[in-house]
Write a protein that binds this ligand. Structure first.
Ligand code: ZN
Length: 205
């Protein structure tokens, strides 16, 4: 079973990933936890509510089939930040399900700051047995459900640039903000958001 859970940043994806790992582990199942570009900056899955777990960092050249088959017995994979994996690695996840009987639970963003889908997310939509939009607990400044991630550079919403830029937690020059579709399209960031110091600084998660 290949499942993809998607939603904007702050919607609790990493928290769910950690919870799922805990639940499977309790049943005596053996799994691996993978991530890429976690907000902690290290090979870890961390959630905004303070949970954390050591994880394997998915470099672009990591062969996920080889990684799993090098282990004695793996029942499941938790793949956090799967939107940042390569398309080839998503194919490898499908191979693991089909050829090796591994259950794969992938978590990530669907679309980037321009509201364009990440290639890996698109491939997950195409291949997954099940795709779940996570219940959005995060709201736009106007109160509507937050659906899309905006990249804010120097206080203004960016429309162009590299697909993956990790928000800089120190300089706060690049940050991310969840907006409803209406305000993502119009580019309105809401009252006081020109003052970056007022807003929590986000990573790309
Ligand atoms: Zn809005």
């Amino acid at each position: 079973m290949l499942k993809f859970y998607f939603g904007p940043m702050d919607c609790g994806k990493s928290t769910l990933a950690l919870q799922m790992n805990y639940n499977h582990g309790r049943q005596g199942r053996r799994g691996l936890v993978l991530t890429k570009h976690d907000r902690s900056g290290g090979p870890k899955v961390t959630s905004r509510i303070g949970l954390g777990l050591e994880a394997i960092e998915v470099e672009d050249d990591l062969d996920l089939v080889r990684l799993v088959t090098a282990h004695d017995r793996i029942d499941y994979l938790i793949c956090d930040e799967a939107c940042f994996y390569t398309v080839e690695q998503i194919e490898q996840l499908a191979d693991l399900v089909d050829e090796h009987g591994v259950d794969v639970y992938a978590f990530g963003l669907a679309s980037d700051f321009r509201s364009v889908m990440f290639p890996a997310a698109q491939r997950l939509f195409e291949l997954a047995d099940e795709v779940c939009r996570l219940q959005v607990e995060v709201l736009c400044w106007c109160g509507r459900p937050g659906q899309l991630n905006a990249r804010v550079v120097g206080g203004a919403m960016a429309r162009t640039g590299e697909q993956v830029v990790i928000g800089d937690t120190d300089a706060a020059r690049v940050r991310y903000q969840v907006l409803c579709r209406r305000h993502h399209r119009s580019g309105r960031l809401g009252e006081g958001s020109a003052d970056a110091g007022h807003e929590p600084v986000q990573t790309a998660q």
